[in-house]
Design a protein around this ligand. Structure first.
Ligand code: NAP
Length: 336
């Protein structure tokens, strides 16, 4: 297998607007698919209490008004930094990822810091059942959800098109479809907790959705798969924000920072150019900022135009929504 020009792949995926076919379809041969465990979301013993109705130290008869915030993909990189900051501000943080050691390590760190609290839920977004199980665990263990940060993401330099256990192109599933499903599963809880927020960690990278080949069965490249999944997050943001108008739940997407010092960047052999602190600042702005509104795309701290015109095509957004409902088994629009 031929290794792709990594700088090219990253330019496509993380930094530059797409420039077409410059990177071709070859990949690096890095082992592809996300860990194909058959586990569903499994609660670990990371949190302070073993009780299923744990309220993180609050007396049983006093409703806990402390904010509950779920950050997907918070076992490392940007998500971990955001989780640390949220806990430092006193929030009850739901840490999520696949890596139990890193997840429980972060929970221990937060619990010993004396500020905020945390618990870890494991779920592999390469399995939609695992996403459903995560939503179920969150609903069972919490009576509120103030903010959902859809951050978990991958960029794999594989030559071969990676496919999820559900049969979908893996970037599309892990970066977009899993967050789409999780958000819909948790919408009733978010609505009950309003004012509440959904923050979709997208990118500046964007590739238009090819509705004739959404799963990129022909013409696959990692850059294209990543870009398509990241644009889908933005399109979802615009659609959902419209639908939730007046509900007290706001939805925004952002490009946090370019080439942050995370595994995602290092694993494809790139030199980081910014820190997770910079990206985390931008995410925190959408979580806490007073003037962020709803239905917007932010480039770091600034409201910006989405990186691809398709985001403003209402028909394309409706089509993506309807495909996503079908792929995740959600009922047709109107019910959420
Ligand atoms: N890094 C950048 O420069 C950059 C630029 C623009 C946008 N972004 C976006 O920022 C977000 C975070 O990226 P990062 O750079 O912080 O990446 P990272 O360091 O690789 O972290 C990715 C996180 O996602 C989780 N994850 C990966 N695959 C998963 C799966 N199959 N199921 C569940 N969780 C999974 C990982 O958890 P486990 O390892 O525990 O599974 C980890 O916590 C991504 O959405 C990315 O697209 C990053």
């Amino acid at each position: 297998m031929t290794r792709p020009p990594v700088a090219c792949l990253v330019a496509l995926a993380l930094v530059l607007p797409l420039t077409g076919s410059a990177c071709g379809e070859n990949g690096s041969g890095v082992p592809g698919q996300g860990a194909a465990t058959t586990d569903s979301a499994a609660r670990t013993t990371a949190d302070r209490s073993e009780s299923p109705d744990d309220r993180s130290g609050t007396p049983n008869d006093v409703p806990d008004t402390t904010r509950v915030i779920l950050v997907t993909g918070s076992t490392g990189g940007l998500g971990r930094e955001v989780a640390r900051r949220l806990a430092a501000g006193g929030a009850r943080v739901i840490v999520h990822g696949r890596d139990v050691e890193r997840g429980t390590g972060l929970v221990r760190e937060i619990e010993t810091s004396g500020a905020g609290s945390a618990r870890f839920f494991r779920a592999d977004f390469a399995h939609l059942d695992s996403v459903r199980a995560l939503a179920d665990s969150v609903r069972r263990h919490y009576d509120r959800l103030d903010v959902l940060v859809n951050n978990a993401g991958i960029l794999l330099g594989t030559a071969e098109r990676p496919v999820s256990s559900d049969g979908h192109e893996l970037h599309f599933q892990v970066n977009y479809l899993a967050g789409y499903l999780l958000t819909h599963e948790l919408l009733p809880l978010l609505k009950r907790s309003a004012p509440a927020r959904v923050v979709n960690v997208s990118s500046r990278s964007a590739d238009p959705i090819d509705f004739d080949d959404v799963m990129l069965e022909s013409g696959y490249s990692a850059g294209r798969a990543y870009g398509q999944s990241k644009l889908a997050q933005i399109m979802f943001t615009f659609t959902l924000a419209e639908r939730l108008e007046g509900s007290g739940v706001t939805v925004n997407a952002l490009h946090p920072a370019s080439l942050m010092d995370t595994d995602l960047v290092k694993d494809i052999g790139m030199e980081p150019r910014s820190s997770v602190a910079e990206g985390a600042r931008a995410v925190m702005h959408l979580i806490d900022g007073e003037d962020v509104g709803t239905g917007h795309y932010y480039r770091r701290m600034e409201r910006a135009r989405a990186p691809e015109a398709q985001a403003y095509d209402g028909e394309a957004r409706a089509r993506l929504d309807s495909i996503s409902r079908e792929l995740t088994g959600l009922p047709p629009a109107g019910g959420s």
